[in-house]
Design a protein around this ligand. Structure first.
Ligand SMILES: NC(=O)c1ccc[n+]([C@@H]2O[C@H](COP(=O)([O-])OP(=O)(O)OC[C@H]3O[C@@H](n4cnc5c(N)ncnc54)[C@H](O)[C@@H]3O)[C@@H](O)[C@H]2O)c1
Ligand SMILES: N[C@H](C(=O)O)[C@H](O)COP(=O)(O)O
Length: 331
């Protein structure tokens, strides 16, 4: 079996990302795990949580080797300032984005099979003067993709988002026929290609309470969502159901019958997903030229340095990434 090379970015250096990576290094894995981060930071965290860690700089020309417990391959990237757990420092924001840029470029060149990102802190990156709304948008821009789609998945539920990191005030204006057409087309294609689902069924939420209540509580459903779904139901070989009221769209008898629920905005879809599966869910970007996954949680600044960060989501995301790589190789 060909060994895959999976590149993990350590994310915010003051958060729980480095700790989770050091803990992951202690677990078995059949593929090669490479981390893009400051090696001194990884060693510092390993020593703080008293776990063994050997690092070897990656030779990109060498064949991938299976993971060895307590060891990681590393693509070094230097912090600007030493990191202290739980204390953000905007001087390290450029470092965080540098790791993402390196990862994206290597994935685009086919030198790694997938990117798995550790959590970053959007606020501190913006505080440093660098515009950043999330990995999803960063990688899309880096790859020149007009549109990509955020999906979070856990056992029994995949949630996709029509809009991602957008202030709520701007969401209604963003829901246009063009946006829905692009998003649903990507979901339709990627459910087939990445998940081997031949005839995807997509449940689409309304935007307004009770899906607009016959236009008495907003009319985006009748003006925009319903007509677009009707057109796409003719054009695509997918089944689009909706728009349905979001408050009851996630009942088990509904989600069991579909392949994803498309929510109109971040907090319409993700609270349900994270209630159902926080700690055993993955974030995957649909529509990029490479496989990109992430953990379901953020930087956990409140627990960073306490050695209590749970690696469940990273483990789930790693297994999910390996499955995506295998499926792509078989297609
Ligand atoms: N993939 C990513 O890069 C990603 C994902 C979500 C949030 N974020 C960012 O992270 C920052 C903090 O966000 P937040 O506070 O809303 O969410 P968070 O996920 O960092 O924390 C929410 C709560 O969950 C706990 N928690 C999170 N991960 C945990 C783990 N692995 N083990 C045990 N407990 C864990 C935290 O201690 C906290 O109490 C924000 O800047 C946000 O944008 C990044
Ligand atoms: N929306 C994601 C979540 O709530 O888990 C998180 O902010 C990360 O998004 P990116 O992968 O775009 O950074």
């Amino acid at each position: 079996m060909d060994i895959a090379r999976i590149l993990i970015t350590a994310g915010e250096p003051a958060g729980i990302g480095p700790e989770i990576i050091v803990k992951m290094a202690q677990k078995p894995c059949t593929d090669q795990l490479v981390v893009c981060a400051d090696p001194d930071l990884l060693q510092q965290v390993a020593s703080e949580i008293q776990l063994p860690l050997a690092l070897t700089e990656l030779d990109l020309d060498a064949e991938p080797k299976p993971h060895q417990i307590g060891h990681l391959w590393v693509i070094p990237c230097q912090l600007k300032r030493p990191a202290t757990s739980g204390q953000l420092n905007q001087e390290n924001s450029a470092y965080v984005l540098e790791t993402l840029g390196i990862a994206s470029d290597l994935a685009q060149q086919g030198l790694v099979d997938a990117i798995l990102t550790g959590p970053v802190h959007k606020g501190i990156i913006n505080d440093s003067g660098l515009k950043f709304s999330g990995h999803t948008e960063f990688f899309a821009e880096r790859c020149g993709c007009d549109k990509v789609v955020m999906m979070l998945a856990t056992e029994g539920l995949r949630v996709t988002l029509a809009t991602t990191h957008l202030p709520l005030r701007e969401v209604a204006d963003a829901i246009t026929p063009e946006l829905l057409r692009e998003v649903i087309t990507i979901i339709d294609r990627e459910l087939r290609e990445k998940f081997s689902i031949q005839q995807p069924r997509i449940l689409v939420c309304g935007l307004n309470p009770h899906a607009g209540e016959n236009d008495h509580l907003g009319n985006e459903e009748s003006r925009i969502i319903s007509p677009t779904l009707a057109e796409l139901n003719q054009e695509l070989d997918s089944t689009l159901i909706g728009p349905l009221p979001a408050d009851t769209a996630f009942q088990p008898n509904k989600i069991d019958k579909v392949d994803t629920v498309l929510a109109m905005y971040h907090d319409q879809g993700l609270p349900t997903l994270k209630y159902k599966g926080f700690g055993k869910a993955v974030n995957v970007t649909l529509g990029l030229p490479y496989i990109r996954t992430s953990v379901d949680h953020g930087t956990g600044l409140d627990i960073a340095g306490s050695n209590i960060a749970d690696i469940g989501s990273m483990q789930y995301a790693l297994q999910f990434t390996q499955d995506l790589i295998q499926r792509r190789r078989q297609s």
